[in-house]
Ligand binder design. Sequence first.
Ligand SMILES: Nc1ncnc2c1ncn2[C@@H]1O[C@H](COP(=O)(O)OP(=O)(O)OP(=O)(O)O)[C@@H](O)[C@H]1O
Ligand SMILES: [Mg+2]
Length: 368
Amino acid sequence: MSGQCGSNTVWTAPTSDEARFESLFELSSDLACLIDGSGRLERVNMSWEARLGWTKADLNRRRFIDFAHPDDRAATAAALYDAAGGAGTRGFENRLRGKDGTELRMIWKLATSPMRPGIGAIGRDVTGERRLQRELIEAADREKARIGRELHDGLCQSLAGICTLSATLARKLAGRADPAAAAAAELTALLKQSVGDARNLGRGLDCAGLTPSSLPLALETLATNIGSLHPISCILLHDQHLPSLDAQVATHLYRIVQEAVSNVVAHAKATRIVIRLRHREGRILLSVVDNGIGTGQRRLEATGIGLRSMEYRARLIGASLTIEPASPRGTRVECAWTVDARTRNAAPATSSQPPSATRPVYPRPAPT
Ligand SMILES: Nc1ncnc2c1ncn2[C@@H]1O[C@H](COP(=O)(O)OP(=O)(O)OP(=O)(O)O)[C@@H](O)[C@H]1O
Ligand SMILES: [Mg+2]
């Protein structure tokens, strides 16, 4: 059997298992490779050249990690090391560099075999997917900011105007000892409260003015709003002295907490939320812990866009995100951001070890 595969490759059905494997390996649109015990590329398929421009000769016996973005080399070495140590097939993400300098974002599945040393790796190009994800999140952020500004400049201003009128009316009625004066005063108080709520809502939606030093204040407002809008006690505990973070990092951290808190309100049936912002040994630790129903044995599935956007934001700023059961009940979401993450991740890959025929050897991951 034969047929047209892609635009110019004619595929002929192979007859032996080995030939079938060869054919699948070569024709896969994913990047496929075999990595030997010293972390060097032993075999690569055609997609490496099609997607990255590297020929088989360019790649032959070069270290896999050398093709990763410098910031991702330590994590790539760690993933190879784990896989070689028998951590089983697992996925990890990194960026690969093409011959012309282009960058592809890849998700890798790694597998080892008891029959031979080394690792088999299949990488899927998720560059477009990640770009789309980023654009969606940026578009959602812009829309939130727009609604926040509209609320502040439109609704809040008119409510504030009505509140002033109502206060004047209440004063006049009180001056005339009119029995309606008490009702007018109550109306004024309610309007005042609504102006405050709308203003806080607007601030929560528009993070444009969020600066590193105002992050605790923004989180405090978020906690107060949750407590006043829902039957949940929500408190913020934070360290007084926080290292400087740039506005983009502060905004993403804020959005992560905002989504974690919305999830508690929507799904957890909790009565209490504690938001903690701490600085420990060069790391910003931001956690949201609830005392709700938790997730039980079930693994959290990103059914909506919330969890995915939290993961995405964390990845964008080089932070780690963990979601796990809280003790004794509920859920704990923690985001850890290393203050000098960029410098730390940029640690150069360590030199490769000599090839070993019996035991795979990979550069050890850089200490974290
Ligand atoms: N704190 C929590 N307690 C219990 N379950 C949770 C909690 N946080 C998330 N979940 C579960 O994880 C699922 C996925 O959350 P995610 O934020 O991705 O989607 P969503 O909240 O359902 O929708 P969206 O965020 O798009 O509005 C939720 O539907 C819920 O079942
Ligand atoms: Mg959600």
